[in-house]
Design a protein around this ligand. Sequence first.
Ligand code: ZN
Length: 395
Amino acid sequence: MTSSESGEDARAKGGRRPYLFACAQCQATTAEFRYECRLCGGPLVLQPERLHDVRVEPSHRGIWRYRGILPLTHSEVSLGEGDTPLVVLDSSLTHGRREVYAKLESLNPTLSFKDRAMALGASMASDLGLRGLVVASTGNAAVAASAYAAAAGLECSVIVGTESNATKKLDACRSFGAIVEEVPGDYSAAYGIARSRENDGWMNVSTTYRNPLLAEAYRSIAFELIDELGDSPVAVIVPIGAGPLLRGIERGFQDAVDVGITRAIPKLVGVQAARVAPIYHEWLRRHGGDMAPTPRTTDPTIATAIADRLTGYESHGDVTISAVERSLGRIVAVGEESIVDSTRRLAAVGMWVEPSAATGVAALPQVVDNEGVSGGPIVVMLTGHGAKAQPLPAS
Ligand SMILES: [Zn+2]
């Protein structure tokens, strides 16, 4: 998207109000689509626009049923994303707690929640006549971007750090026709390269907060949960790297409160792998709480899809922390053993997910006994499928 594409242009095209972005760091606002604040370089987030009603589009499915809460696009690139199943979690996984549900984001078209964001990103890039999508990824976003670029007739450039160990995911990207570059290091290293290419006809869809619109696609999850459960759950547990999924869900529940279909935003619990937990450490610094289950380390985690050290863009974590604070939730961390164990125990009841997705189940013991989440359903976001993940270590 070019920097000349302003909210005013969007309004002229679609008749809706212009976008307004605010810097999460210095609070400066702008109507111009940008990848960072012009004044301080901080992340921009779409300012909440108080909705008065949400018109469901009955002839559409998935995220496009809720077009009214998404950023305006004219294109509607879709591979059937969204409207994922909500199933009861087996009692062997819930520590005696009833009414714990799993939201199977692992069953999106490319097997992760990122499909929601990439449907929106590919639609925007098509509207703007851009050449393609560029994405830094630990793997899931890359596969989703590759598929949605293919669906939209766009090119896709994937940059991934070798530390992400994403062999199967990269094979999938190539099969969709994406150009894949592996660079030494972790996600943060790949992210720096994607940033350097984000103009020149490429839209950066790295689903950190770099693109200030993509996380809005996750608002649809809140509406799907309310549709299914009849009201908001009491808590939603969300594995987080930088956390745009959590922030998008929080915005969706706020929309639902604004239009009067629910009374409260659930407590949002962000989960990180203890080995790569910058947001958890910042949460502890601000709010106190239990000591970290493992000391800070440079060892990689098996939960590669959420292994984001936020190196060089630490302030992005603040956007997620603010969303968690507004929901009266918290950030927790889980250790490697419990991640592996939860992945296995999910498989033992027929749920094939990657280790990052299993962190939500690993976090359940820290959530079920917590004050304020009694008397209502808890939802665990199973963010990514096991089919694309590397095998678990031998037990
Ligand atoms: Zn700023």
